[in-house]
Write a protein that binds this ligand. Structure first.
Ligand code: ADP
Ligand code: TRP
Length: 342
């Protein structure tokens, strides 16, 4: 009996900085859970990062660091097709082909481009000042990432949903023109954290984000991790006073991060804060212990993978072969349908 074919879940991860706790909770863990039910395809979108990272050493470092993070966090390269975007040249060939069926008006309406224009106009500048064609064409490259792997679902944060809709639109335009010969699969966005809606707060209580410089990077040495946890702001409520755990960034990080094995610690901490009898200093110690217990083995694996010539290189090389095989099939069908090649 033939096995039912699993649906494909694909996502791209932009290597623009050191991965932090927010990325683990909001993106990595949910994607690893999806990999249990889907045929998963996850990749490092290094060419997408090029629109903002202009230091070649740094771009290479971030690409490796983000890849190592996913593997250290539990991605199984035998079950997930895991690769670096730039290792799959078929993507760039299809990007041109699909650019030719994509309306310029669609790109004009893309959120990131429109936001850049609005900022310029507000500042009294030329509307397109500082906008490069990479930023403008970004959604087409992303559409190709998705379409070339025949993706069914694309887990992304809210800000990326429009891009997935663009991929569906572009597939629609292609299918309208060439659908009698070949049809691209039309993808759908899913927001894995929609159920919880959680956003992890950072060191200053705002959303943890590289752009706010308020992150807890995942793989800090122990002593630095401790220092950062100490820096999370708290008020001056005395130790004995009852406290609202949900109003505290320290407790929120603890609650959202804690693995099931630490559920009892979280519940007990909540009780003690509410009753009065736990100070912020002690709460920070609890958070540090939970973080460190969970992250220490990941950190060790991450450090190994970051070494030149580690397993990571083999994983990514194998991933590239598998990805190119899939991409080559789709690209071949597209070339045939549009009249390119003999
Ligand atoms: P940053 O805001 O640090 O630049 P990115 O935009 O690169 O982070 O986010 C990559 C992924 O991590 C996205 O899927 C995003 O939803 C998730 N993510 C980032 N920060 C958080 C956070 N504070 N809480 C939950 N998820 C987050
Ligand atoms: N644009 C996405 C981001 O900024 C990264 C990305 C590139 C992506 N290609 C993708 C996400 C394809 C999902 C599917 O986070």
């Amino acid at each position: 009996m033939s096995q039912p074919v699993a649906k494909v879940s694909l996502t791209g991860i932009k290597p623009t900085g050191e991965p932090h706790l927010g990325n683990l909770i909001g993106a990595i863990r949910p994607a690893l859970q999806l990999a249990e039910q889907y045929d998963s395809v996850y990749f490092i979108a290094d060419y997408h990062a090029l629109t903002s990272v202009r230091d070649p050493k740094l771009l290479r470092h971030y690409s490796r660091s983000v890849a190592a993070t996913w593997v250290a966090a539990g991605l199984d390269p035998n079950r997930t097709i895991f690769y670096v975007q730039s290792d799959v040249p078929e993507i760039f060939e299809l990007t041109w082909a699909l650019s030719c069926v994509t309306g310029k008006g669609l790109m004009n309406r893309a959120h990131a481009y429109k936001a850049a224009r609005d900022r310029n106009v507000e500042a009294g500048e030329e509307p397109d000042a500082g906008v490069n064609m990479g930023l403008y064409n970004y959604p087409i490259l992303m559409a190709v990432d998705i379409l070339i792997m025949e993706s069914d679902v694309v887990p992304v944060g809210k800000d990326q949903v429009q891009h997935v809709e663009y991929a569906a639109d572009i597939a629609g335009s292609f299918n309208h023109l060439y659908g009698e010969s070949y049809r691209l699969k039309v993808p759908q966005a899913i927001i894995p954290d929609a159920g919880t809606g959680h956003t992890l707060p950072g060191l200053d209580g705002r959303k943890m984000s590289k752009s706010y410089d308020n992150t807890i990077p995942l793989f800090l040495p122990e002593n630095q991790l401790k220092k950062l946890v100490r820096r999370i702001p708290t008020d001056s409520t005395p130790v004995e006073a009852p406290k609202d755990p949900d109003g505290s960034a320290v407790f929120q990080i603890l609650e959202q991060f804690a693995p099931p094995s630490a559920a009892a610690v979280v519940a007990d901490t909540r009780k003690r804060l509410e009753a009065g009898g736990m100070g912020w200093g002690e709460l920070k110690n609890v958070l540090f212990d939970v973080l460190n217990t969970e992250l220490a083995p990941l950190r060790e694996r991450y450090d190994e993978l970051m070494q030149p010539g580690s397993d990571l290189d083999a994983y990514l090389a194998e991933g590239a072969v598998k990805a190119r095989e899939r991409a080559g099939r789709v690209l071949g069908s597209v070339r045939e349908a549009i009249g390119i090649g003999r």
